[in-house]
Ligand binder design. Structure first.
Ligand SMILES: [Zn+2]
Length: 552
């Protein structure tokens, strides 16, 4: 039923659709009315039609499904802007043949001598037609005139001869000093294979040397990034480490009323060494969160508290030491004392247990129950840990790395990888939790690929890697309404309800009825943020057919 009074006049009406509201009762409606930046009514065509102002914009959805804008609870969005325009991204590319074509085309378009590269967001196991690594010789053949570096998640980087040369890696010569010992793969004769391997610590030496977007191109790169996110259906994100130079651009857009993605920063000065702990505690006392609004805000301390306890991405096991945990607890105690929310990277079983031990101790001195503390990634979490978190009022920021890393994780963890993350256990625990990616390096960024993974257990490319799947309704709630809570915007975002901000997606097919294997192929035909259309497939050159009928 529409809640708005008849005097209220909507300036936009969307009707004749299947509005999947994701409200508490998962109501399906036909039509929705928007005034300014907010929904004012949701109901049947007959209920909504009379609310239109005489000059209202009317969108005939022609039966299309509509869902709330998708929110990623942990996406390194602003960092990505510093490379996005230069990266050749493989998000959503499930054919190796296509990837090779993209490499050839990029080499041609950037011209001889220029880098062709990406920094994560893919793994070769996603290539359904031919899942195998790239070789130095192959990349030499594809792009003989360009240095090439293709970073698979944080696992390894594939390089061609020009790429090796640009990084100072020579055959039969000592490794350059900045490379982690043993990370440069060589054959018995000392020839470099064109692979640099070894988690973040190993791959970082390559990524650090790849060119960034020039300062005068940063805004254009940011625009391209946000357009890609809108096209994929993303309208908001929790963002670890908000880069100041990029944030300034976003602030400028906001002031001009044209910010097309909401950014909720997860920030803070973690200590990397024992000597830095006191400094970190002092900085916490100075930090101020929640000075912003529903477009840009700072909401969490995170995503790291104490560097030595930050689980490496592909580590199989952790063993947190007492002195490290003392340092961790001192910093986290300061965060609790300051009354701040905490969002902390915690991945492996023993790390999660150790953090919970510390938080339970902190909770006795400075209660954290109402501070919305959260553990992020949690691919190895279990039922008893979820129960402990629930008792502490904590939530789970779930970032299934297996969406692209499923093959690598199965090599490392064996059968255990089928429960990483244990989505059904998390869902059944009743804890507050949401879905995100941890893109753009550790993971791909497309939210419909994440939803497909959660519902089918299949990684990008279609290999089954997860046993604990969930219903498509629960997956959608986890990517919308639950994430609104995880960015402190549950009053404004996450569902299509009167009073909330008008963020929505019109879809090219019905998320609730499309065969599960096609969820990854769903494309928004329109993305709206705060009542503004920020992406319209009709005006995009990529789409020929008119998606919905708009009277202007
Ligand atoms: Zn992390």
């Amino acid at each position: 039923m529409p809640l708005a009074s008849q005097q209220t006049t909507a300036d936009m009406i969307l009707s004749n659709g299947k509005i999947i509201t994701v409200d508490d009762r998962f109501t399906i409606a036909q039509a929705v009315a928007i005034k300014g930046d907010r929904f004012i009514a949701v109901g049947t065509n007959q209920e909504i039609a009379p609310l239109a102002a005489p000059n209202a914009r009317r969108i005939d959805l022609r039966g299309r499904a509509v869902i709330p804008g998708l929110i990623d609870n942990h996406l390194h969005l602003l960092r990505a802007a510093t490379t996005w325009q230069k990266e050749l991204r493989f998000d959503g590319v499930d054919s190796r043949k296509q990837a090779v074509q993209m490499l050839r085309a990029r080499a041609k378009s950037v011209g001889p001598g220029q880098w062709v590269y990406n920094i994560g967001g893919w793994a070769y196991q996603q290539f359904a037609d031919d899942p195998k690594p790239f070789t130095r010789a192959e990349l030499d053949e594809i792009a003989p005139e360009n240095p090439v570096a293709l970073q698979e998640s944080y696992y390894q980087v594939f390089l061609n001869s020009r790429g090796l040369k640009a990084l100072g890696i020579e055959d039969n010569a000592p490794d350059p000093a900045e490379f982690l010992k043993g990370s440069i793969q060589r054959d018995a004769s000392g020839k470099a294979l064109g692979i640099v391997k070894g988690d973040i610590a190993g791959t970082r030496a390559v990524a650090n040397k790849l060119p960034r977007v020039a300062p005068d191109q940063l805004e254009a790169s940011s625009v391209a990034l946000v357009e890609d996110m809108n096209r994929a259906g993303l309208t908001a994100a929790g963002v670890p480490g908000c880069n100041a130079d990029v944030l300034e651009i976003f602030q400028r857009w906001k002031a001009a009323g044209r910010l097309n993605i909401r950014v909720f920063c997860i920030d803070g000065a973690a200590a990397g060494t024992p000597q830095q702990v006191d400094r970190s505690i002092q900085q916490i006392a100075q930090m101020k969160l929640f000075q912003g609004d529903s477009y840009i805000d700072s909401i969490f301390f995170g995503e790291s508290v104490y560097g030595p306890l930050h689980d490496p991405m592909f580590a199989l096991k952790s063993s947190p030491q007492p002195d490290q945990l003392d340092a961790w607890r001192r910093i986290a105690m300061a965060i609790a004392k300051a009354g701040m929310p905490l969002h902390v990277h915690a991945e492996l079983h023993d790390t999660i247990d150790a953090f919970l031990d510390q938080i339970e101790a902190i909770n006795k001195e400075h209660p954290v129950k109402n501070l919305r503390w959260a553990l992020a990634h949690v691919n190895q979490i279990n039922a008893s840990q979820l129960e402990r978190m629930k008792n502490l009022g904590m939530s789970a920021v779930v970032n299934p790395w297996a969406v692209i890393n499923g093959g690598i994780m199965h090599e490392g963890f064996g059968d255990g990888a089928y429960d990483m993350p244990p989505l059904r256990t998390i869902q059944n625990s009743g804890i507050e939790w949401g879905l995100g990616t941890d893109g753009t390096a550790a993971n791909q960024t497309l939210p419909f690929t994440t939803l497909y993974f959660a519902v089918t257990g299949k990684m990008a490319g279609g290999t089954k890697v997860l046993r604990q799947t969930i219903s498509r309704e629960d997956a959608l709630i986890a990517h919308t309404r639950n994430n609104a809570y995880l960015v402190f915007q549950e009053g404004n975002l996450g569902s299509i309800q009167p009073g909330k901000q008008a963020d929505l997606l019109v879809l090219d097919r019905d998320y609730l009825t499309v065969p599960a294997d096609q969820i990854k192929d769903i494309k928004p035909v329109m993305t709206m943020i705060a009542g503004r259309i920020v992406y319209d497939a009709h005006t995009s050159v990529a789409q020929a057919s008119r998606p919905v009928s708009v009277q202007r």
